[in-house]
Design a binder for this molecule. Structure first.
Ligand code: OMP
Length: 283
């Protein structure tokens, strides 16, 4: 049986470090790279970034919306990018933030996690705000296929707490604490058969400050990866990540999109920015 996604990522992080490079072809970045606002430029941007960092980092994370805005032609670029990344030996996290009622969730799971799909990635980001169990089709398909998921728990945006902190005084804990617990239970089940890291990761922003402590969220039993956006362009530093995650820091995969891409389009500069971020996260 294929190695689980959790353990593939754990080995890749041990070998290469704790940075995921986000591939987010924003209109402003295309402009800064001297590119047009078209599909040829979308492809040039995405492949330049992939080729510059593929041998340096454990994972890349294309932001699906920024391909989707070009319709089917944008999706075709994303399909080719995912296939090329796979050939290059770097793990792929499709940042699609999917979440729907179970029957529809099955189709989203097939799109992003099924070997037969042209959009299959190694992992996909999911939103649990229709209820954690609504994600079941994706959790099960991921585990069957040696793939993974990252479930939004505490997001990096300022509006997140209005939903995720609700219930802090409740005996069952806040909304975010319940999501963390559900992910940990998923990984505990997986550990009984596989050992090591489970493939149900969490998304917890590098910008959440004291939230883990104030919401009494314990990451000790997660046994899985934590994707931490907010490093770089959103203002969080490597020191902030260490302060936010404490003992769980070794499970953290920081992700940076604009913070790396902004130095492009020259490969030398993209590689230098990536190596510097890796060094800061390892220091
Ligand atoms: O799931 C995500 O990746 C995500 C969750 C979150 O809480 N905050 C967040 O910024 N993200 C994504 O992470 C990336 C951050 O981009 P930069 O701020 O440019 O590094 C974007 O693609 C966001 O959609």
């Amino acid at each position: 049986m294929a190695e689980s996604f959790g353990n593939q990522l754990r080995s890749a992080m041990a070998a290469r470090g704790q940075l995921c490079v986000g591939i987010d072809p924003h209109p402003s970045l295309l402009r800064e790279w001297g590119l047009d606002q078209d599909v040829v430029s979308l492809k040039r941007f995405s492949f330049t970034l992939l080729e510059a960092v593929a041998d340096l980092v454990p994972a890349i994370k294309p932001q699906v919306a920024l391909f989707e805005r070009f319709g089917s032609a944008g999706f075709a670029v994303l399909e080719e990018l995912l296939a090329t990344a796979r050939e290059a030996g770097v793990l792929t996290i499709a940042d699609a933030k999917r979440g729907d009622i179970g029957s529809t969730m099955t189709a989203y799971a097939q799109a992003w996690l099924d070997e037969a799909s042209p959009l299959a990635a190694d992992a996909v980001t999911l939103s649990p705000y229709l209820g954690f169990e609504s994600l079941r089709p994706a959790l099960d398909l991921a585990s069957e296929q040696g793939r993974g998921v990252f479930v939004l728990a505490l997001t990096s945006n300022p509006e997140g707490p209005s939903v995720q902190h609700v219930g802090a005084a409740d005996p069952e804990g806040s909304v975010a604490a319940r999501i963390v617990r559900s992910a940990a239970e998923e990984n505990t089940r997986a550990a009984k058969t596989g050992g090591g890291w489970g493939s149900t990761g969490l998304v917890i922003g590098a910008t959440v400050g004291e939230a883990l402590r104030s919401l009494q969220i314990d990451l000790g039993s997660l046994q899985g990866p934590i994707l931490a956006p907010g490093f770089g362009a959103q203002g969080a530093t490597a020191a902030d990540l260490r302060a936010v995650f404490g003992a769980a820091y070794s499970q953290v995969l920081a992700t940076s999109s604009r913070g790396i891409a902004v130095v492009g389009p020259e490969s030398v500069a993209l590689r230098a920015a990536t190596q510097q971020a890796l060094a800061e996260l390892a220091a």
